[in-house]
Design a protein around this ligand. Structure first.
Ligand code: SF4
Length: 167
């Protein structure tokens, strides 16, 4: 069977792109899933020009909605830049069948990201923008994909999405 094409948070492939200069290698993904998937690695924070290492970012709930800002300088707002980067990636993302994100990241988390001072969890800013651009693209995070049932569902969704995409 032709390999699936999947975007992935770059740190999960073992690349040192995190704010603290580290990676988040997930060997299940790199060893097991790589048999059936070709990867499109994306680190939105590095791709918008932030260095490694860099000051940490978190989400706040402001008058104009959820924003991604630097923890130590909340006046430095990265929200629109991250959204703009998602738009600039749209053409590449039209060629993938799914996307595996890093959980809890203010850019990449899928429904797992805390908002300062609030009790709810939400999507990272980049994820939210990708979902708006490509609402049917199957998304999952690295913790969900460790669950066999969720993994099977994700693969089924990717296969069906690919069938639609290639029509
Ligand atoms: S979670 Fe996303 S933004 Fe953060 S290092 Fe990984 S790929 Fe980059």
């Amino acid at each position: 069977m032709k390999k699936l094409q999947c975007a992935i948070s770059q740190c999960l492939l073992g690349e040192k792109v995190r704010y603290d200069g580290r990676e988040k290698l997930n060997t299940f993904i790199t060893q097991e899933l790589s048999r059936n998937i070709d990867w499109l690695p994306i680190c939105p924070e590095v791709e918008i020009g932030l260095p490694v290492p860099r000051p940490p970012i978190h989400l706040i709930n402001s008058e104009i909605g959820i924003r991604a800002v630097f923890v130590q300088d909340e006046s430095h707002d990265l929200t629109e830049t991250l959204r703009g980067h998602a738009s600039s990636m749209q053409e590449k993302l039209l060629n993938v069948d799914g996307y595996i994100f890093k959980a809890r990241s203010p850019s990449c988390g899928v429904r797992t990201v805390p908002v300062q001072g609030e009790k709810f969890l939400t999507n990272g800013i980049f994820v939210e923008a990708v979902k708006k651009l490509l609402p049917c693209l199957p998304l999952i995070d690295e913790e969900q994909i460790a669950d066999k049932n969720l993994r099977v569902q994700f693969f089924e969704s990717m296969l069906s999405y690919r069938a639609t995409r290639e029509k």
